[in-house]
Design a protein around this ligand. Structure first.
Ligand code: ZN
Length: 169
């Protein structure tokens, strides 16, 4: 599936709840995994491939395969941690962003079973980044005014598109 980039309205809209976890949701997740692998990302939210549904996939070093979470809810968070973050929808731009260090996420897997995920550090970071995508929030909203001015200058100069490299991390 082609990636959507900064400037595409689907990236700034709140994604809708998935009403039924059926085969179409599983096949969307599978296509997203292919896309994520192609660009070597850590996570990908459905709006990033143009689908306004509350579903994301993510992968961490300890996981053999990417996991999908449907209708995820951030049930809790703790700590604080600054880390450089990038986004597949704005390739080549990286920002130091402070976020909670640990998160507790609930939601559903592709079989319709409830999941409860405790994550920390990079995995927690990735989950929070993907959650933002489902709420139509891009990294730009997490920046200081100064960081944001710089980012906007760069985005105007080089509007992101399919030719760009970059990683969701
Ligand atoms: Zn992103």
């Amino acid at each position: 599936m082609p990636l959507r980039y900064f400037g595409d309205p689907v990236l700034t809209e709140r994604a809708r709840e998935v009403t039924e976890i059926d085969g179409s949701v599983a096949s969307l997740a599978a296509s997203m995994c292919d896309t994520m692998r192609r660009v070597d990302g850590m996570g990908l939210a459905a709006p990033q491939v143009g689908v306004g549904a509350r579903l994301f996939i993510y992968q961490s070093a300890r996981m053999p395969e990417p996991a999908a979470v449907v209708n995820p809810v951030l049930a809790g968070s703790d700590g604080e941690w600054e880390l450089e973050e990038g986004c597949l929808s704005m390739p080549g731009l990286y920002f130091d962003i402070v976020r909670p260090k640990q998160v507790h996420l609930t939601g559903w897997d592709l079989d319709g079973a409830a999941v409860s995920i405790e994550a920390d550090e990079i995995e927690a970071r990735c989950i929070q980044h993907e959650m933002d995508h489902l709420d139509g929030v891009l990294l730009l909203s997490r920046l200081s005014p100064r960081q944001k001015r710089k980012a906007m200058r760069s985005l105007r100069r080089h509007p992101p598109g399919p030719g760009d490299g970059g990683q969701e991390r």
